[in-house]
Design a protein around this ligand. Structure first.
Ligand SMILES: [Fe+2]
Length: 490
């Protein structure tokens, strides 16, 4: 009788446990591997004479115009452009109404060689003391060849400032790349967070490397001249080509791309931070030394201390190599950076980490693996409410094509994955909520495919409820033995 009662009790407990476990799975813990099969353009670069790369009319007209944030808090802009024939004017004329340029700023001019290619004259000009939330018009170039553009400054740093970021990675210069940029232009995004691998010019040899940097600069100008792209560097920027006598890493990238690294006390343009509206954005370099005591490690340690979630609730990190990736391509390449930085990401409650490198899309649950230290016997990532969401957006559309082979079965930490081209947007609404979308390029159309509401890790209003739920689960489940698989989800 007692035995039967005991068995009944155990069965009841197991039923409760099954219900809880399956509820957990149904409520979003089971990952999705999308079955969508794309049918778009082949992964070949757009020909040089295509209109996507058109050279602006007029002698020595400014081309490859791009802007990025020029200071820590969004009151300055770095404006860059190239003149092909001669240095020309190095001035930016700007003001708050069209054709009326009350201010002038002077920039710097540089150029470089790569094998026998000689670059045009590369201009970088800092325009500062701008007013927040204001549209500025600017003019560069000489006489009839001058060109005019505009940009909008962000709202002042405020915890509830709404702002919409786009996220693009591994872009290249194919028809798929063009489709990604055209779709992004329709998204209403105000600033691009670029997660590395820009032009893929390193797929070429000799003078064509430089030529393909120029075509890429003209191709992206349709967006980069009008809104900041926050740059991070990938492996395709390294361009270590000893057979051509080119051995200085990131040479073309560093000549062409300017970043406001000194404003965040960084000593290197490859890693830095900016604050924009309600977001604190940290840019890391996957291909620069990052282990303990390196300059990047020392800088990041201090930058995390400067983060003030009362002013900028949203803490976003950009890097090229994803830390969590279940694609066969580049599997485990982020493990070394994970082992060094993951504990900081969790400690400082980073909201989201965007990466590229893998030519597909993937999103993780909030998980961490900080207990793993080789000897702990604890090698699996576990749900961790303080951990970031990891998102790979390496699907800009470059000539290397898609990374179509995901590891099977889908790991528990992987929430959604699909091998298609596209871009993401992060639409920050206030200090507690942001709406995230991944948009697939589908035969020329933009299709919102993966979306969720991101709750802020510092201000999120459901923290107390989550804590209560977790304690409740522990109370019930502590009565029956658990398998390792079940324990990982608690
Ligand atoms: Fe890459």
């Amino acid at each position: 009788m007692w035995k039967d009662k005991g068995m009944g009790f155990v069965l009841l407990q197991l039923q409760i446990l099954s219900f809880i476990f399956l509820s957990f799975v149904n409520s979003g813990s089971a990952g999705v591997t999308s079955a969508f099969v794309r049918s778009e353009w082949p992964s070949t670069d757009i020909p040089l004479d295509n209109e996507a790369f058109v050279v602006p009319k007029g002698y020595n007209a400014p081309q490859q115009v791009h802007v990025t944030q020029g200071d820590y808090d969004g009151k300055a802009m770095l404006i860059s452009w190239v003149t092909a024939e001669a240095p020309g004017s190095n001035s930016v004329h700007y003001g708050k109404s069209e054709n009326k340029y009350e201010f002038t700023a002077e920039g710097t001019i540089t150029n470089y060689t790569f094998y026998k290619y000689e670059s045009g004259y590369i201009h970088h000009c800092l325009v500062d003391d701008l007013e927040y939330d204001t549209k500025y018009f600017y003019k560069i170039g000489d006489g009839d060849s001058a060109r005019e553009f505009w940009f909008q400054t962000p709202p002042k740093i405020d915890p509830d400032a709404p702002y919409k970021f786009g996220i693009i990675g591994d872009l290249g210069q194919t028809y798929n790349s063009l489709s990604t940029v055209e779709h992004y232009l329709q998204s209403g995004g105000q600033t691009v967070l670029f997660v590395g691998d820009l032009s893929y010019a390193d797929r070429y040899k000799y003078n064509d490397v430089g030529v393909r940097w120029d075509t890429w600069g003209r191709f992206v100008e349709r967006s980069t001249a009008y809104q900041p792209w926050i740059w991070s560097a990938g492996n395709h920027e390294i361009e270590y080509m000893p057979d051509m006598g080119e051995v200085v890493p990131f040479k073309s990238y560093l000549y062409r791309i300017s970043t406001p690294y000194a404003a965040s006390k960084s000593t290197n343009p490859l890693w830095y931070a900016v604050r924009r509206a309600s977001a604190h954005i940290i840019v890391l370099s996957s291909y620069s030394p990052f282990v303990k005591y390196t300059p990047q490690w020392m800088w990041l340690r201090e930058e995390f201390k400067r983060v003030d979630r009362e002013k900028t609730p949203w803490l976003i990190v950009l890097m090229h190599v994803p830390i969590y990736n279940s694609n066969e391509a580049h599997f485990m390449e982020g493990e070394s950076m994970r082992s060094v930085y993951e504990s900081w990401f969790v400690h400082y409650k980073v909201d989201v980490i965007f990466a590229g490198h893998v030519h597909a899309y993937e999103r993780s649950y909030r998980i961490s693996n900080i207990h793993y230290n080789v000897s702990s016997g604890d090698p699996y990532p576990i749900p961790d409410k303080s951990a970031p969401v990891y998102i790979t957006v390496g699907d800009g559309g470059n000539q290397e094509g898609l990374a179509g082979r995901f590891r099977d079965p889908q790991p528990d930490y992987s929430a959604f994955r699909e091998a298609s081209y596209g871009h993401s947007t992060l639409d920050i609404k206030n200090r507690t909520h942001a709406i995230y979308h991944w948009n697939r390029n589908d035969d020329g159309k933009q299709v919102p495919t993966d979306s969720f509401t991101l709750h802020n890790q510092y201000w999120g209003n459901n923290r107390r409820r989550r804590k209560l739920n977790k304690n409740h689960l522990h109370t019930i489940i502590a009565r029956v033995p658990l398998t390792d698989g079940m324990r990982r989800w608690l």
